[in-house]
Design a protein around this ligand. Structure first.
Ligand code: IPE
Ligand code: IPE
Ligand code: MG
Length: 237
């Protein structure tokens, strides 16, 4: 690991927050905020391609979001279906690989099917990987990893002494994805909300006041500029 300045950003993770408040400020139903947020996703994806970013991870739906009223959960799933239907051809054309992380079995079967199809269709694309965190919770992810490792130990496949950070990372949904360099959260909230707890250990965090539906390319570029000013030391001198 190096401590050089202007470390290239290869992975940006975003907690897309503030859709509901954006809608409320305009006297609109919350679902309108979620709908408007889709345009921000398009903008950010374009900006990342321009910057040569290799991974863009978007927190779209958390494990805890299942606890929202059923009408909102249904609206979000419907928007997700529409997003996947609208995006499939575009992602394919832009050579973007789509990957979903999270407890995907909890998603409606039709949504799951769409995800499977689009992941299969784009699996060899190299421009960038767009990672959608859906039904995702970091504690659930780590818990599942611990369970799998314990089973392997009990089965005699590994010895407890072999358990190290690398082995744990290999049991996470993100096993083939490098850790985020930069974590952005919109709407001004200063918390992580169960997102990528293991993976963001050394990520630079940038909090943006704007609500997610107002987030544009210029905001992404500004966040990357802020990242470039930081001096990542990874605990060393
Ligand atoms: C983020 O916006 C989108 C999801 C969590 C699905 P919110 O829905 O959390 O909007 P606020 O934070 O209530 O404004
Ligand atoms: C985090 O936002 C989850 C997503 C952006 C998908 P929330 O709005 O759900 O989180 P809290 O309630 O502010 O912690
Ligand atoms: Mg929120």
């Amino acid at each position: 690991m190096t401590s050089s300045n202007h470390h290239h950003v290869s992975h940006i993770a975003i907690i897309m927050d503030g859709n509901g408040r954006w809608a409320k400020e305009r006297g609109l139903p919350r679902a309108e905020g979620h709908r408007a947020g889709a345009e921000s996703i398009r903008e950010v994806t374009e900006a990342c391609i321009e910057l040569g970013v290799k991974y863009l991870t978007l927190y779209a739906f958390s494990s805890e979001n299942w606890n929202r009223p059923k009408a909102e959960v249904d609206a979000l799933m419907k928007l997700l279906d529409r997003f996947l239907d609208d995006k499939a051809a575009e992602l394919d054309k832009q050579k973007i690989r789509l990957q979903a992380i999270g407890d995907l079995d909890r998603l409606p079967a039709a949504t799951r099917k769409r995800l499977d199809r689009i992941q299969e269709r784009t699996k060899n694309h190299q421009t960038m990987t767009l990672v959608l965190a859906l039904s995702y919770g970091a504690r659930e992810e780590i818990t599942a990893a611990v369970r799998a490792i314990a089973k392997a130990a009990v089965a005699g496949e590994i010895s407890p002494d072999q358990i190290d950070g690398e082995l744990i990372a290999q049991h996470l949904y993100t096993k083939d994805i490098p850790d985020p360099d930069l974590l952005i959260r919109t709407s001004g909230e200063m918390r992580v909300s169960n997102f990528l707890l293991w993976q963001i250990s050394y990520s630079e965090i940038v909090i943006v006041k704007k609500m997610w539906p107002d987030f544009r390319q210029a905001d992404l570029f500004a966040a990357v500029e802020e990242y470039n000013k930081r001096h990542r030391r990874f605990g060393a001198l």
